[in-house]
Design a protein around this ligand. Sequence first.
Ligand code: GLP
Length: 280
Amino acid sequence: MESPQRGPQFRSPLSAPALSSLSLEASGPVPGWNNQLEVLPDAEHLSAAVADALLDQLLFPQARPLGLATGRTVVAVYAALRQRIAALAAAERARLLAGWRSFNLDDYVGLPRHDPRSFAAEMEARLITPLGLAPERVALPDGLAADPHAEAERYSAALQAAGGIGLQLLGLGNNGHVGFNEPPCEASQRCHVVELDAATRAQNAAAFGGDPEAVPRRAITLGLAEILAAEQILLVVSGGAKAPILKRLLQEPANAQLPASWLQHHPRLRLMVDRAALAG
Ligand code: GLP
């Protein structure tokens, strides 16, 4: 899993003391995932391990941009990352922040950047403001663009121009989506405008007063094509509510009805889960 171009600051995830490895025999068959699965005892250890991986990438000067996600799973990850960045020596922190380049997966169509329910506002609150990042270093698709389809093309082109994703952080939707790639979806699909599933709008309703009907109907999302082109992928799954979809993911071959399943053949995938998510 270690990349040869890594600088000396790279820490192998396997050196993390909290990491416990799973006996595949004990948990049943997990075809295709044997080498990628990492089980952490709880959400706190999981967030710490993911934040370590993000920091390693940010400290690596030649790294391609980070691919970032939003959602409840990554809230604690970003808190742990903020702590790690705050603990750096001033000069190193300044260098890291000045060199920051990230592309988010997705945002809703129709919400302005400053709408607190937009993913842009989420990034502002979790990373841009607390770290003092220059906002233009944290790219997201513009949900208010007059032509969302043209915006999806522009965003994909901007990502290509930046060299593509280095390390891609992903959460997992209850219906198996990554980003907002809803089932069914092909691995070749690029950044696009998507009609959100009823299940997704229900999953994300909490930010909209609990009303799924208030959740925007469309979003712009990077496609599996851009995601699979990342050098490394961290798919992070936390909590018992994700147990049913994680179980499917571990058991099914790659298929369009389970978008995250396309990731399983990526050469540098880490599927990082906590015990609660694995309970199924
Ligand atoms: C959301 C986002 C995804 C996110 C996923 C899981 O709808 N579009 O990028 O990873 O669903 O969300 P959560 O972490 O809140 O369960």
